[in-house]
Design a protein around this ligand. Structure first.
Ligand code: X8Z
Ligand code: ZN
Length: 602
């Protein structure tokens, strides 16, 4: 423990019976913040390296070292949080007050400030992550699949039996996680309460510059606006799937079974675009997967193309160490957590990396943009104090790369040599096809990204008994997504464990926010650059005005409330679904027409 911290803590102990309000000064707070800053700068990169090794080389030892770093880092952060609280009654400037609040509240899964519980928590968290990362299931001795092998089936097969086998097989990995997950939640709730929150739910939703209840109302209110669009899409896709597979696999009413939607979690349905949109009409979207194949692009070239987009907006090129130290290709000789991620190891020294097992297809081309969005956000706020080196809120961080994918228009694809002018023209002629493809990813994600944390919060709040956990997951999936389990789930199933962010403890509402924010950013930037056609035809590629406007917001990091950051880039302070609805308006009109005579809803 640092000298300053130990002095402050012992002072606290001595003075705990008296009114301590006068014992700390504004200067003490500033010294403390400087100390935290210095520590983060010197120690942060070492911790990051330990966690990088944990995810990139899953071995007994790498997990042991990571759990130890995790425990020590958390205990230190909890001590800092405690010290930060001693300045609660001081009248400080807004920036120092904000920094102290982040130090006090910026936790995801805190144990209490207790050596043993912190150790137990760190071990469970490390173990859950590695159970997911190295998860595989064997149907027979020589019939084993890891996630990527299962996904290969779910994403491409059209055989209901094969799909069901892969879908159920991957979910086997969730079962042994259940007891560990519940123990972790138990310790986490104690930790959150020690920090002054009602529990983990309160802690998670208190990180949005407004009271938790208000934030919760905001996300629900916005979804009410988006719901008619999603319901129209679900109705249409269900009808087309019913046509394709017949009543035995999917009925034309109620929820859609989750195994036939072209994604392991049914969170994006883009892989069944050919089923969802079968109109015989001129004009079809450009098939990026085919372009990647035809051009024989390597994984690294895919990343370079994405980087070029950012450079066209005026961002600095990626560093040599980004290219040397990132992981782009799934290694054959060791276990890694393949779930894509972006790492700020040491932004002061340009050590930023991505870790991804890239497949050469359109989906991963988008995900590369997503990951580079994180990287260029890190780059933009690297001169902020470390405590503010975060997204305006976590949804902003998730929205940056996705924002660029909204600019992957036929014209852009022509500009970068992915399409001839005839192909681009043809794609533009059929806006419904283009929007359908996009909506199968983006609109489909909205109820899913909303429901996941609703499940998690019910668990955090202790609303469910152990044997209700899985059923409640499916209750929410039906309620929000109109998607159901394709078979009776076994009594010991723990299906949420088969989704990375649950064992990985990554809050998920961030992706919901990102879905909405990216359209708000897009609509506003398109207006700022003087574009006045339909939103889906606008591309900010190569536009300095858009780049400057985006960077001005990104460079704020978390130094200001997110509402200020939003105002900085789009001029208004409210989260709103209107931009997304505007973007998809032509599709909604088409869906409403197609759905006439169908009985929608579930
Ligand atoms: O986890 C991610 C990114 C890394 S932050 C690949 N995403 C969510 C998911 O895969 O479930 C991006 C979209 C939603
Ligand atoms: Zn992300």
């Amino acid at each position: 423990m640092s000298k300053y911290l130990s002095i402050t803590l012992s002072l606290l102990l001595i003075l705990s019976c008296s009114d301590g309000a006068d014992t700390v000064t504004e200067q003490d707070a500033k010294d403390f913040l400087a100390e935290v800053e210095e520590k983060a700068k010197t120690e942060g990169p070492v911790y990051s390296s330990a966690f990088w090794i944990q995810s990139n080389f899953i071995t007994y030892d790498s997990q042991k070292v990571a759990a130890d770093f995790s425990k020590r880092g958390t205990l230190e952060a909890l001590e800092q949080a405690r010290t930060a609280s001693t300045f609660d009654d001081l009248d400080l400037d807004a920036s120092d007050r904000r920094a102290l609040n982040i130090i006090k509240n910026g936790f995801v899964m805190p144990p209490p400030l207790d050596d043993e519980l912190a150790g137990e928590m760190a071990s469970i968290m490390t173990e859950l992550e590695s159970m997911y990362g190295s998860g595989s299931h064997c149907f027979a001795e020589d019939d084993c699949y890891d996630l990527e092998a299962f996904e290969n089936i779910i994403d491409n097969s059209r055989s209901p039996d094969e799909l069901l086998k892969a879908w159920s097989g991957w979910r086997e990995i969730g079962k042994p996680m259940k007891a560990k997950y519940l123990r972790m939640v138990d310790i986490g709730n104690q930790g959150a309460q020690d920090l002054g929150f009602d529990g983990l739910s309160d802690l998670w939703f208190s990180q949005y510059d407004m009271p938790a209840s208000e934030f919760s109302e905001t996300v629900d209110r916005v979804y009410e606006d988006l719901k008619p669009l999603y319901e129209a899409l679900q109705c249409h896709v269900r009808a087309e799937l019913n046509d394709f597979y017949g009543d035995e696999v999917v009925e034309n009413e109620g929820s859609i079974p989750a195994h036939i939607l072209g994604n392991m979690w049914a969170q994006s349905w883009a892989n069944i675009y050919d089923i969802a949109y079968q109109e015989e009409s001129t004009g079809k979207p450009i098939n990026i997967t085919k372009v990647i194949e035809d051009k024989g692009l390597t994984e690294i070239e895919m990343v370079e193309i994405s980087e070029d987009f950012f450079l066209s907006l005026g961002f600095e090129p990626l560093s040599d160490t980004f290219w040397e130290r990132s992981l782009f290709i799934k290694p054959v000789d060791r276990g890694v957590v393949c779930h894509a991620s972006a790492w700020d190891i040491d932004s002061a020294n340009q050590d930023l990396r991505i870790k991804m097992c890239i497949d050469k297809n359109e989906e991963d081309f988008s995900t590369i943009h997503h990951e580079l969005g994180h990287i260029f956000y890190y780059q933009a706020y690297k001169d902020q104090p470390v405590v503010f080196q975060r997204g305006a809120n976590d949804g902003f961080h998730e929205a940056v790369g996705d924002l660029l994918t909204l600019s992957i228009t036929p014209n852009y694809l022509e500009q970068i040599g992915f399409a001839t002018s005839e192909e681009a023209e043809s794609a533009k002629q059929n806006e419904v096809a283009f929007l359908m493809k996009k909506a199968l990813d983006s609109v489909v994600a909205t109820p899913w990204t909303l429901m996941l944390d609703k499940w998690r919060m019910a668990v955090f709040n202790g609303d469910l008994s152990d044997d209700e956990l899985n059923d409640y997951w499916w209750e929410l999936r039906e309620k929000y997504q109109g998607v159901k389990a394709p078979n009776d789930r076994p009594a010991d199933a723990f299906d949420p464990g088969a989704k990375y962010h649950v064992p990985g403890n990554t809050p998920y509402t961030r992706y919901y926010l990102a879905r909405i924010l990216q359209y708000q950013f897009h609509e506003s930037l398109c207006e700022q650059i003087g574009f006045d056609g339909p939103l889906h035809e606008c591309s900010i590629y190569n536009n300095e005005v858009a780049g400057d406007s985006l960077r001005a917001m990104l460079s704020l990091g978390q130094s200001k409330p997110w509402q200020d950051a939003l105002e900085n880039i789009i001029g208004t302070r409210e989260l709103s679904g209107t931009s997304m609805l505007n973007y998809y308006a032509p599709l909604k009109e088409w869906l409403d027409e197609k759905n006439q005579g169908r009985s929608c809803g579930w």
